[in-house]
Design a binder for this molecule. Structure first.
Ligand code: AMP
Ligand code: ZN
Length: 501
């Protein structure tokens, strides 16, 4: 079965094939590094990660370019307020983004680039547009003449005859010939960072950054371009106009857009102050793996409402998956035949792949694995789970986890590595339920005693030895120490199993 994706350009689900061989070239709009990204942003980045993982799963090579928007009104304003250079100010948030990316198991793109490292390419693109008659100078800035580009509106299907309600209106842009024209190059303002250009000192417009960087690394026509749905207009519409006006060739073939993460029915965004950063949720005891699972659990083209209850359920689903794998690896099974289980495994594998082929339907890719888990668990409890099904189940889980990446319990280790463990509240008990959408800023972070995985394994070994020797006081003490450190022990037929709260 071939992969099908919803292309915003055509408005249809289309069969996806790369332009060249098995090489997928894709551009993804990255974060604006003026602050910590919120989990709405990460919904889009998780979708892009699942997309690239599944493309690879299907045997494609992926060349993904992601930009870091490190110059715009917000980055400049904040850097000035802190008395830092643009580079020094934004570096902190670039670093934070890289940490978040690791916590959420987002594969690094092949190319991650800062806009301010590509000013020369942007200036060249403006020159090309001037030569082709699509750009004009006014008041030291350069603008794109929208009326000259006949295809304008083909992505967003925007009707230009009416007013442009909802479009971003830039106070700097009062010298435009037409309200719908947009800025390519903004004239330098006193005290703001600027770069020299043949058309006068200034800085690039946001849309220009992406067109120039995409074409630098991926060529004039490439396979996939994506971002959140708020970028369709004007950002992506303008990217198309700039690139196609300059080259006369199609820019991106497939445009994919993630629908928004909502809070109480409204888009999670900085301006509505209804957002959580990853760190906010970690400070409330949430596990990055549960956040990843939650963000992935609803198909990317559908809205997802964030709730703490949903996050709690995501954590529970991961536990179920991990417990199942634990049973599979540790328990003993009879050498019997059980065609019903064989059939469940086959069906789960098939529906998981079919669901992802079908426009990355992650919800339907999750469900069949849980059906299998219920059936297999029942067979295990009844002693009818066949030994030969063990390998097939493990194989399925491994393949499934190449996309979802939640089976290994790496949260603790990663939080520790990034110095974020002290943020975890001792009494959190995993994710908290049903809290108000306020921010965790005021709550003091409690220090949690912590053990490494190796130390936990060692203590469990000592506890088992104490129990074998009849020293139950000692074994209880070890269990209590572990509990204090947030490690829960569970004695199963297959031995003690532990997990972090
Ligand atoms: P920004 O840092 O604002 O440039 O946004 C980075 C990415 O996050 C873009 O692809 C946005 O479309 C996306 N984004 C912003 N808010 C949300 C949201 N609430 N849900 C999903 N994606 C979002
Ligand atoms: Zn962009």
């Amino acid at each position: 079965m071939s992969m099908r994706l919803l292309n915003t350009l055509s408005g249809r689900v289309e069969v996806f094939e790369p332009l060249v061989d098995h090489d997928v070239r894709m551009y993804t709009c990255g974060p604006t590094v003026y602050d910590y990204a919120h989990i709405g942003n990460y919904r889009t980045f998780v979708f892009q990660d699942i997309l690239r993982r599944f493309l690879k799963y299907r045997g494609y090579r992926v060349l993904q370019v992601m930009n870091l928007t490190d110059v715009d009104d917000k980055t400049i304003r904040n850097a000035q307020a802190e008395g830092l250079s643009l580079r020094d100010y934004t570096q902190k948030f670039v670093d934070a983004f890289l940490v978040d990316r690791d916590l959420l198991s987002l594969d690094p793109p092949e190319v991650l680039v800062r806009a301010t490292d590509h000013i020369a390419e942007m200036v060249k693109l403006v020159e090309r547009l001037e030569q082709a008659g699509f750009a004009y100078r006014s008041g030291g800035s350069v603008y794109f003449r929208v009326s000259k580009f006949k295809d304008y509106g083909k992505l967003s299907k925007i009707d230009l005859s009416g007013n442009l309600a909802g479009a971003r209106v830039d106070a700097d842009e009062y010298e435009k010939d037409s309200a719908r024209d947009f800025v390519l190059w903004k004239a330098a303002k006193p005290g703001e960072p600027s770069w020299d250009a043949p058309f006068g000192p200034g800085r690039p417009g946001w849309h220009l950054e992406c067109s120039a960087m995409a074409m630098t690394y991926l060529g004039e026509t490439f396979d996939i371009h994506s971002g959140g749905s708020d970028l369709i207009f004007p950002h992506h519409e303008n990217e198309i106009a700039q690139a196609e006006a300059a080259t006369g060739k199609p820019f991106a073939r497939f445009w994919l857009h993630a629908e928004h993460l909502l809070v109480n029915g409204e888009k999670m965004s900085k301006s509505l102050a209804n957002f959580y950063t990853l760190r906010d949720l970690i400070a409330r005891g949430a596990k990055p793996s549960a956040i990843r699972y939650l963000l992935a659990s609803v198909p990317y083209h559908k809205r997802l409402n964030f709730t703490f209850e949903g996050l709690h359920q995501a954590g529970k689903s991961i536990e179920r998956l991990r417990n199942f794998r634990f049973r599979l690896t540790k328990e003993e099974f009879p050498e019997t035949a059980n065609p019903a289980i064989d059939e469940s495994i086959r069906k789960a594998a098939q529906s998981f792949e079919e669901a992802l082929d079908n426009n990355l339907n992650t919800a339907e890719a999750l469900a069949p694995v849980f059906v299998l888990i219920s059936e297999a668990n029942a067979a295990m409890d009844g002693g009818t789970f066949p030994l030969q099904a063990r390998a097939a189940c493990l194989n399925l889980l491994d393949r499934w986890d190449r996309i979802f990446v939640v089976l290994e319990d790496c949260d603790h280790q990663k939080l520790q590595q990034h110095g974020l463990l002290q943020d975890v509240r001792a009494n959190s008990g995993g994710t908290t339920g049903g809290e108000e959408a306020d921010h965790a800023n005021g709550s003091p972070a409690a220090q949690v005693p912590s053990f490494t995985d190796a130390e936990i394994e060692k203590l469990i070994g000592l506890r088992a030895a104490a129990r074998r020797g009849g020293n139950y006081a000692e074994s209880d003490r070890i269990r209590e120490d572990l509990l204090q450190a947030g490690v829960i022990l569970e004695d199963t037929k297959a031995g003690a199993r532990w997990r972090r709260k």
